[in-house]
Design a protein around this ligand. Sequence first.
Ligand code: F0G
Length: 350
Amino acid sequence: MNAWPGVIEHYRPWMRLAEGVEPVTLLEGNTPLIPLPRQAAELGASAFYVKYEALNPSGSFKDRGMTAAISQAVHDGAKAVICASTGNTAASAAAYAARAGLRCIVLVPRGKVAAGKLGGAIAHAAEVIQVEGSFDQALEMVSTLAAERAIALVNSVNPFRLEGQKTAAFEICDALGRAPDWLALPVGNAGNITAYWMGFTEYHSRLGSGLPRILGVQAEGAAPLVLGHPVDKPETVATAIRIGRPARGEQALQAARESSGRIIAVPDEAILQAQQALAGEGLWVEPASAAGLAGLQREVAAGRLSLAGSTIVCVCTGHGLKDPDIVTTRAAKPRVIPVEMDSLRDLVDR
Ligand code: F0G
């Protein structure tokens, strides 16, 4: 059997993990790079792909980083892990901790976590603690506790998270045969943009795969990297990136600078429209995941970006199933009919 073994086994020579680390894996990674020719045409690009990270085991890109962080934590003798989360990190940590038989504690901002994410963390029996504050405050709390106790912190301040997450850049280069011209992705705590840039630069220095320009996209109500200062009360419909003090903000700005790219902010409405556009292509992603496309659309429409002749990859970080309420509460309710053929015909023929 020549099946996909998960990101650690597949890319181990490229990953800085301690020697002898046994992978704790759910066979994450190897996600599809899906061509969307209609979006390419609309953006004026020669090719447009979605790196569909929703198809990881827990439904988001976090699994790439979590396999590395949890494997390393087990190797180091940890019995418990902890994280702060807007939801996806919590669900992923819970899944991998369950796999490894570790205690898992997650702190989430009360009332601001989408149902599918909270459900995931609970399903895997993580100890879920709701904080009456923001993600940023929760991250400060877990960082303090992890320094006091023998509990491994598995937020993306943990360097092993980035070692895992950078493998998405490798997969993109492997699939295209080179780096794309632009990579667009949402930016919250800024671990992922940092990991991608690390991945692309490492692959390029060894294989000459080229480097993309990076477009990082924040929501307007949670755009500290665009404003140039922390945001105390971040607000956005894209709750995954509702973050006002990104832990790796400096590195995100560096990735944008070094790649000749940029970090921009888009309004919530643009994010929801991009989510709808992707759904119209058959890809249901959670709102934050649509930020990359929203950013591209906005820059192109404003004449700040010309994509002629370019190959674009947009990272869709999490599944739409994570946050079903966003679409169901905004759409008209499905019609109800009695079990009568005439009622059905009436509705269909209208
Ligand atoms: N997209 C989704 C779906 C996310 O869940 C996150 C972050 C991001 C994008 C941004 O990635 O933080 O590395 O810049 N979610 C974290 C969490 C904060 O707790 O699940 P980032």
